[in-house]
Design a protein around this ligand. Structure first.
Ligand code: ADP
Ligand code: MG
Length: 288
């Protein structure tokens, strides 16, 4: 038989944007001491819009930087890719066909377009390849920048902006009132991560995190005695979701993440996690 509290909690949570896959997750939620959030699509809306396109190489115009990038981004599901394709469609640019498309895990995408080798990548990729980052790229900390390489040369960059979800601040207030530390792990750059962290008053953040590093972060927190809940969306997040004491897959994410997680956050809304924790505490306090 399903214990009464589980039956009640499951139906309550279903109305509140949560799908509990693992029955013990509801009970465990009141033990959480650290919440490790991903950024894009959970603390922020995940709805990127292009704010600037710059050329840094006379051989390629801004239009060419965008047009060649769009060939790659058409094959990617990353929120950055969705933002770039939205812009290309607005500008009525004809998207060229890519060949040999490849996702560079945690760093970007690459393909051959019209015979040229094109890459759209993170600042971390440029650093690894010892390519200088243009000085004026980071004039606005809130922007996420992706760099466009053509035949191995930096051609330009595309700046995009996302917004913090209004519900995030409210949720974080509740976590703090309950002595839960709130951390963020993101693949995005240091400046953008810091801007989001400062705005929301987080207890800390990890930036330019590669997918395999998330497991290490969770393990390290757990070894310090923390009871860790973590949110994630991608295939790459699955090992970390499995490692966390409570793995939370966000609704917009992939099936692989959802299959590994204890809880699915249907609307990707952090406030639903806050409600779960409050409800969990209230329920079990009454029983004891
Ligand atoms: P996150 O989910 O936190 O954004 P990812 O591992 O998905 O982390 O991506 C890390 C970084 O890699 C992004 O911030 C971006 O710089 C780069 N990147 C990933 N996918 C793409 C893409 N399709 N186009 C351009 N850049 C990308
Ligand atoms: Mg991701």
């Amino acid at each position: 038989a399903i214990p009464l509290v589980v039956a009640i909690s499951t139906s309550v949570s279903a109305q509140n944007g949560l799908l509990i896959r693992n029955r013990t997750a509801f009970e465990e939620s009141r033990k959480i001491t650290v919440l490790l959030f991903d950024k894009t699509g959970t603390l922020t809306k995940g709805d990127f819009g292009v704010t600037r396109i710059e050329s840094v190489n006379d051989k390629f115009s801004k239009e060419e930087v965008l047009r060649l990038s769009s060939a790659l981004e058409q094959s990617s599901e990353h929120p950055i890719a969705v933002g770039i394709i939205k812009k290309v469609k607005e500008d009525k640019v004809e998207i060229p066909k890519p060949e040999n498309f490849n996702a560079i895990t945690g760093k970007g995408v690459e393909a051959t377009v019209e015979g040229k080798e094109v890459k759209v990548v993170s600042p971390g990729y440029l650093r690894d390849e010892k390519i200088n980052i243009p000085e004026d790229a980071y004039r606005d900390a809130a922007e996420t920048i992706v760099f466009v390489l053509i035949e191995g040369e930096l051609a330009g960059y595309i700046a995009l902006a996302d917004e913090i979800r209004p519900e995030s601040a409210e949720a974080i207030k509740i976590f703090k009132q309950n002595n839960i530390k709130v951390l963020m792990a993101t693949g995005d750059n240091e400046k953008t991560a810091k801007a989001v962290s400062d705005k929301l008053g987080l207890d800390g953040y990890y930036s330019e995190v590669l997918p395999h590093q998330k497991v290490e972060i969770v393990k390290e927190l757990e070894s310090k005695g923390e009871f860790v809940a973590m949110t994630g969306d991608g295939v790459n997040d699955a090992p970390a979701l499995a490692q966390a004491n409570v793995g939370i897959a966000v609704g917009s994410g992939t099936d692989v993440a959802a299959e590994t997680a204890d809880i699915i956050l249907v609307n990707s809304n952090p406030q639903d996690i806050a409600n779960l924790i409050l409800f969990g505490k209230a329920t079990y306090n009454k029983m004891i």
